[in-house]
Design a protein around this ligand. Sequence first.
Ligand code: THG
Length: 372
Amino acid sequence: MKIPASVAMPLTVRVRRSPFWPRSHAAGGHNYISYNHTLIAADIDSPQHDYQHLKDAVQLWDVGCERQIELRGKDAARLVQLSTPRNVSSMRDDQCFYIPTVDGEGQMTNDPVLLRVAPDCYWVSIADSDQILFYKGVAAALKLDVAVTEADVAPLGIQGPRAEALVSRLWGDQIRELKFFRHTRVPVNGRQMIIAKSGYSTQGGYELYFEGSDGADALWDELMHLGADLDIKAGSPCQSERIESGLLSYLSDITPDMTPFEAGLGQFCYMESDLGCLGFAALQLKQQPVRQIRPIEISGESLPPLQSFWQVTDKEGHIVGRISSACRAWSYDVNAAIGLINDSHWNAGTNLTVQTPAGPREAVIKDRFWGR
Ligand code: THG
């Protein structure tokens, strides 16, 4: 595979690379995109091979682009709550929460994983938007007692059905007790680092929140060595697997004009009383969306890559929604897609047409995502 020189050696420091980038790149990382101003590989081998291997074995993912906004200080919890309608008051020190974050209009600014690291310290593990500016602005305006920084932390994904076997070899059998969306600390380079049972796939696995950059190569090599008989390989977040499973992507499926209700994230919104979320009053008026995310199956052979939204139309040719992500879901031998569909046409079983670059295709609304 020929890597363009400008990717192998970016000609600027503007696009950042994580400490795991050299190893991931040497393993074949390519089709990079910039996410939180950091490179992330879309593929390592071929998309279909990466997909099947993720379901069969274990992969190491350089997801250093999942940046950690650290909120530290007496008002850290308050600042988190100002940004999200999810109730974070009951969070324990070993928990992770998936939180929609919203602006004053109740519209989504990000969809991070929130970690409570200590009673006065949270990490907001962000998707691709400059969410740190929200926290800095609100903290300054309200004169909060909190330090808002981007932590020097680069998550390493350890994903796939054999991830548990791998991590228990390095950190002991106790890690097998870790529950989904809980975290604990493990020794790495003589330091204690956070590892969570989480990740951007539904194949099981962990995310190690690697601190600093020293020893990243050595850790990668050690995991590769320990996992050799598990068929460990480098990987990266897999589009087909996340689309068929309904894991949403901010700036693809969730856009800044959407509310959490439109994104289907109403279950993460506490609407009984005002806990302090800046968008709460606006959200109260937006609880009944007129469009919402839906799984959609698109008929026929594989489709070309989706580079702009594809229109979804009804029998009369009226536009009733958009497709924001589409893939070949090889396990199910279908084209799986994520759409934002008007309430008039969002019921499961509704037949629609998707205007793809390969021409119009018949499509149907599903009642659930394939991988669920
Ligand atoms: N891990 C970490 N940070 C991240 C991501 C991640 N930041 C960016 C991006 N991914 C944020 N988006 C998501 C989307 C879905 C999930 C996590 C992050 C996810 N959802 C589970 C699900 O839908 O089954 C669990 C949701 C729940 O029930 O709480 O895991 O991947 N560190």
